[in-house]
Design a protein around this ligand. Structure first.
Ligand code: AQP
Length: 343
């Protein structure tokens, strides 16, 4: 088993291959995973099983999965420091998910806000959309993760994971660590450039001017930022006022990339002449952050043997944790395994 420092927190944090990674994924999540990979033990599955809760084009899904692994490495996720792998390659996730399906009351799932939102006004809703928080619980619990960095929208699912773990522990004896949700303080939510009341999302990336894809060329990035919705106040400062959400979003993006404080960011714009200047400077920092990432991404995606071998390495590492844990769970539940006579 890989060596692990007992003092390090164990983090489980996934990302769906539901499209090209967008700036919100990077600033709200991936950048933090990279910054913290020396001080914590990261498990980073590309959660392809989660992405099929809504219809996906099979060829596109397969391409997106590979592309996302390459992009994560290009963003700085180091396969030597973080366990980066593809969820569906580790069958223990699906097996544990089934076992937890059998111990979780359906009412717990029906209460999930994201389920209510995503199923609202849908004629047909897949069972997977309802039960996907159980798969998420399995992803977390199989690695004994103690922290799960999430956006506000996923907090409820981590709380559900705790309930699921607690219930299993009560039924079968102490088995799972109870994880806690951690919401990053800065850059927790990047909003759509076209509509700053909605979070930036991969699946809305087809809407012109909504998202910045990590694969957009510099001209496209500049155009998107220049088109971003602002307001008529013409004042460059952070604000919780809904009407100023567009400017607040641009400043937030600038802040996360530069790592500056609120005051330092506002001071940077003291001499700015209106929102045109704000947009130009935000565009500059975004492009200079993304350009080297794109360069590394293209090197990797064009070298499939290197990429495949990194994926294999991550899968092997993940299995070294997941398979023995699943074995313990199977034993507790009383499912027969060759060479084992019981709990
Ligand atoms: N706009 C955002 N701002 C900050 N963080 C974000 N994340 C996503 N969008 C933003 C964070 O990125 C991580 C991976 O997300 P995910 O792919 O697992 O699912 P998601 O949150 O549903 O991301 P998308 O881009 O909106 O995907 P689709 O369109 O498929 O639903 C998570 O930590 C998430 O919080």
């Amino acid at each position: 088993m890989p060596t692990s420092n007992a003092k390090k927190s164990r983090i489980l944090t996934g990302i769906q291959p539901s499209g090209d990674m967008q700036l919100g994924n990077y600033l709200g999540a991936v950048k933090h995973w990279v910054m913290n990979q020396d001080i914590q033990t990261n498990f980073i599955p590309v959660v392809d099983l989660h992405s099929i809760t809504v219809k996906q084009d099979p060829e596109e899904l397969s391409r997106n999965t590979l592309s996302l692994v390459a992009m994560l490495i290009a963003c700085g996720v180091d396969p030597e420091k973080s366990t980066l792998f593809i969820q569906s390659h580790i069958s223990a996730h699906a097996v544990l998910s089934w076992i937890l399906n059998c111990t979780t009351p359906v009412g717990w799932l029906e209460r999930m806000i994201q389920y209510k939102e995503k199923s609202h006004n849908q004629e047909r809703v897949s069972t997977g959309l309802l039960t996907y928080p159980i798969l998420m619980a399995a992803d977390i619990l199989i690695y004994d993760a103690d922290e799960v960095p999430v956006g506000e929208d996923q907090k409820q699912h981590v709380e559900l994971t705790r309930d699921i773990a607690e219930r299993f522990n009560n039924l079968y004896g102490e088995t799972f660590v109870l994880p806690k949700a951690v919401v990053p303080k800065v850059g927790a939510r990047v909003m759509g450039l076209d509509n700053p009341s909605l979070k930036m999302s991969k699946s809305y990336a087809h809407i012109r001017g909504h998202a910045i894809s990590m694969l957009d060329d510099p001209k496209e990035i500049d155009r998107s930022i220049k088109r971003a919705v602002t307001d008529s106040f013409n004042e460059i400062c952070f604000s919780s006022d809904k009407e100023r959400a567009g400017v607040n979003n641009l400043l937030g993006i600038y802040q996360v990339i530069t790592g500056k404080t609120f005051t330092e960011v506002e001071n940077d714009f003291n001499d700015a002449r209106g929102y045109g200047d704000l947009k130009s400077r935000v565009s500059e920092v975004v492009i200079s952050e993304i350009e080297p990432i794109q360069k590394r991404y293209h090197e990797l995606i064009n070298n499939s043997p290197e990429l495949e071998s990194l994926i294999q390495k991550g899968d092997d590492l993940a299995k070294q944790y997941a398979d023995p844990k699943l074995d313990v769970v199977l034993g507790k539940v009383g499912l027969h395994r060759n060479g084992h006579s019981g709990v």
